[in-house]
Design a protein around this ligand. Structure first.
Ligand SMILES: Nc1ncnc2c1ncn2[C@@H]1O[C@H](COP(=O)(O)OP(=O)(O)OP(=O)(O)O)[C@@H](O)[C@H]1O
Length: 341
């Protein structure tokens, strides 16, 4: 039996979101499992049509937050609001506005894609022509139309993930919650899923996208909350989050035998600009943050004279690269850890 987050039975739909109202608002969520605090304090809001990323490493508290947001796990504190109305166990009408793509597959392997979709569609109270149309639409969106009548157990991992996604769309949710939807999928299915998520948001749904893949979050999210140890460490648009970071030019140089500290390697005019770290191997790593240069000088402009001097002084350039600001570096700055720790 899959761990499907089965929707409640159909009931008359509640009022549509008021103009300008957040589709989803989490306020000061808290949740502990025994002594372990999984969610210490999480607040965020997501507007209709927005893709909001929840970025954090394994164990950061993303799934727990998502499960509270979709009403399947009670919080120890805080509230979940949908369009300004508080979600509570008796508000089945509100829960029907939610679509959830859980981290664990919630499909029946012995059923075909079409049968799975029809099953979940009926749970949402759909029937007749409407159900047929929604199932056809979900098959199309997930790229499974040609395999619609094959049993899901014969699908690739990526196809199962796409079907998992399709099952959450049948009732046209106004808030779509996705918990690591691309874990273990092939690049083609990943691209398909990301594109489908963008389509759903473009049609007006508020999307929450929990992931530990920086590249995915950077690709599709309008705003991001960086989460670790159950707390939101930073939140905003990606340009705003990355603004405090800067580009850093890095050179890895093997010094000549007579100058292991590299005292003669850099041109005197630049020597004071670089931080130098000697590696155990004897290689010297030089780092030049962009902010140490005046506005008219670029990192690449510095590179040519420096490389010429290194070579003239008998050094060997092993590698050169520029670290650009990204969410991985932001996470490292905020926590001292990498996202993949
Ligand atoms: N049912 C549970 N009982 C006890 N501890 C749990 C339970 N569920 C989660 N945890 C713990 O709570 C913390 C947060 O887990 P959670 O699954 O929310 O994080 P996550 O960011 O989604 O990570 P992952 O991507 O690995 O699932 C972790 O330390 C996890 O081990």
């Amino acid at each position: 039996m899959p761990t499907a987050l089965a929707p409640p039975p159909a009931s008359p739909s509640a009022a549509e979101p008021a103009a300008g109202e957040a589709a989803l608002r989490l306020r000061n969520l808290r949740k502990s499992y025994g002594d372990l605090t999984a969610v210490a304090d999480v607040s965020l809001e997501v507007a209709p049509g927005e893709i909001f990323g929840l970025l954090g490493p394994n164990g950061a508290g993303k799934s727990t937050t998502m499960m509270i947001a979709c009403g399947v796990l009670p919080a120890d504190g805080g509230t979940v609001e949908l369009s300004g109305e508080i979600l509570s166990p008796d508000r089945r009408d509100l829960r029907r506005r939610l679509g959830v793509v859980p981290q664990d597959l919630a499909i029946y392997p012995e059923l075909t894609a079409r049968q799975n979709l029809r099953f979940f569609g009926r749970l949402y109270g759909l029937g007749g022509t409407e159900l047929n149309d929604r199932v056809a639409d979900a098959l199309e969106r997930t790229g499974l139309t040609n395999r619609a009548d094959d049993r899901a157990e014969h699908y690739s991992g990526g196809m199962k993930r796409r079907l998992n996604f399709g099952c959450a769309l049948l009732h046209r949710p106004s808030v779509l919650i996705l918990d690591e939807p691309t874990v273990g999928v092939d690049p083609q299915s990943r691209a398909h899923l990301l594109s489908s998520v963008k389509d759903v948001a473009a049609e007006g749904a508020a999307v929450v996208y929990a992931s530990h893949y920086m590249e995915e979050v950077e690709e599709i999210c309008d705003r991001v909350a960086v989460i670790d140890a159950g707390r939101v460490l930073a939140a905003g648009t990606i340009p705003d989050l990355l603004a405090p970071l800067e580009s850093v030019l890095r050179l890895h140089v093997t010094p000549p035998p007579g100058d292991p500290d590299g005292a003669t390697l850099l041109p005197p005019a630049f020597a004071g600009l670089f931080d130098v770290v000697a590696q155990p191997s004897g290689v010297l790593t030089y780092a030049l943050p962009r902010s140490r240069l005046n506005r008219d000088t670029t990192l690449s402009g510095v590179l040519a004279p420096v490389l010429e001097h290194v070579k003239g002084a008998g050094g060997r350039l092993d590698a050169v690269h520029t670290d650009e600001p990204d969410l991985e570096r932001l996470f490292l700055k905020l926590t001292g850890n990498t996202l993949r720790d």
